[in-house]
Ligand binder design. Structure first.
Ligand code: PLP
Length: 412
């Protein structure tokens, strides 16, 4: 029995429930949405749970590679079976120590953000007698007109400014310990619709082709980014992209005629689309409180468990599904977590039937940006249990633990 009520009784709340069948379905859907031969890097930051990682890698030629941005993520993906050759290391603050560790563990592909970053990758590689394949991340001066979340065209810690990149070509081609493998774009997250996604990809591909000319380098890999959307903590379905496959293939044929035979390889990236709908958050009502004209439902899950990034001032439009109703008075309630900060709110004015302490609620589409994107350590509560099922079969139950380690206890 893997229903939420049974699992909550058995393993307690707050807890996460992930279904590997849904991870596999999302992975298969994404590959089916893309032209054959396009690679997919899974952004481990969306959810680095080992069983989810393993599921995303499986699928043979239609399995994901891994995109990571820390040594912690490096160990997670290695343990899940991704060899170094399937890993892309990205991020604006790569230190020599972590680069050395990644290279030692077999990672050869790095996204670089600036001349200084490229030089540091080269130094780390050279010290080990290696050459690192480097993508130049591009902060495009322009975007497709239609898109919503704009991450490029403005000053940023991410990427080389596209307008000045060609002028750096000679310098970048000669950085010891590195070889320019191609470009990396990530202009868009959670695209509002298919038209925006296609428009942004088209724009990215045209920019990549122009930069290949300007840089005088034959690209071996172009990572055109992502933007595949998924509902987050609200009811809804992953979008279906009917037109993307043909649109992408056509645009690639136009700008990179050799791409079908891997010259260059084309990759894209995804986090939320692949894992969001595999996850459900299970939380119990601890207390019901009326204050002035507002009802508060105090839950055992707060920003330490979910949506921690909302602790930075962004309230999610969380929706919850009650699993029992004790009289339906329909009073909208603020969903508060258990933490001693007024910022611990998961939702405002959420319509709910009358609920008593002990009632179970579930938050749908919570598989991406869950525990590891939350304020896990704040207020010292245990991390939520993470329950993994495959359909009706229980696969594992685990919990992240933080342990303080002392290095110089005696010497102090
Ligand atoms: C976060 C991130 C992703 C994943 O974004 P989603 O919106 O979850 O798909 C992919 N690529 C890069 C570079 C990222 O920083």
């Amino acid at each position: 029995m893997t229903g939420p009520t049974r699992l909550a009784e058995r393993f307690g709340t707050p807890s996460y429930l992930y279904d590997l069948d849904r991870v596999a379905a999302a992975r298969d859907d994404l590959f089916a949405t893309l032209p054959d031969g396009i690679e997919v890097f899974y952004a481990a930051k969306a959810n680095p749970h080992p069983e989810l990682l393993r599921e995303l890698r499986s699928g043979g030629a239609r399995g994901c590679r891994a995109e990571i941005s820390s040594v912690g993520e490096l160990y997670a993906v290695l343990q899940a079976g991704f060899p170094g050759a399937e890993i892309l290391y990205t991020g604006p603050g790569k230190t020599t120590e972590e680069l050395t560790e990644a290279l030692t563990r077999g990672v050869r592909l790095f996204s670089t953000e600036s001349p200084g970053d490229l030089a540091r990758v080269g130094e780390a590689a050279r010290a080990l007698g290696l050459t690192a394949d480097c993508l130049l991340r591009v902060n495009n001066a322009t975007g497709a007109a239609a898109t919503s979340i704009r991450m490029t065209g403005v000053p940023s810690q991410f990427g080389f400014d596209s307008e000045t990149l060609p002028g750096l070509a000679a310098e970048l081609r000669e950085v010891p310990g590195t070889r320019i493998a191609g470009l990396h774009f990530f202009p868009l997250s959670n695209a509002k619709d298919e038209a925006s996604l296609i428009a942004e990809f088209r724009h990215t591909i045209a920019t990549a082709a122009a930069l290949q000319q300007a840089l005088g380098v034959t690209f071996r890999l172009v990572d055109i980014g992502g933007g595949f959307a998924a509902p987050y903590a609200v009811q809804g379905e992953r979008p279906v992209y009917d037109e993307l496959r043909d649109a992408l293939a056509g645009t690639l044929d136009e700008h990179f005629p050799g791409w079908r035979s891997g010259a260059p390889r084309i990759a894209c990236e995804s986090g939320r689309y692949l894992v969001a709908d595999s996850g459900t958050l299970l939380t119990s009502v601890v207390n019901v409180k009326d204050s002035r004209d507002t009802r508060y439902l105090v839950l055992d899950a707060g920003i330490n468990t979910f949506g921690g990034m909302s602790g930075l001032g962004r309230i999610l439009p969380v929706s919850v599904e009650p699993h029992e109703s004790l009289g339906a008075d329909g009073t909208p309630a603020h969903l508060a977590g258990p933490l001693c900060t007024p910022g611990d709110l998961l939702g405002r004015g959420v319509p709910l039937p009358g609920l008593a302490p002990g009632a179970l609620l579930t938050v749908p589409n919570a598989g991406a940006y869950g525990p590891t994107a939350s304020l896990l350590m704040f207020l010292g509560r245990p991390a939520p249990a993470e329950i993994v099922v495959r359909g009706d079969d229980l696969v594992s139950v685990s919990r992240i633990e933080h342990i303080r380690t002392y290095e110089h206890g005696q010497a102090l």
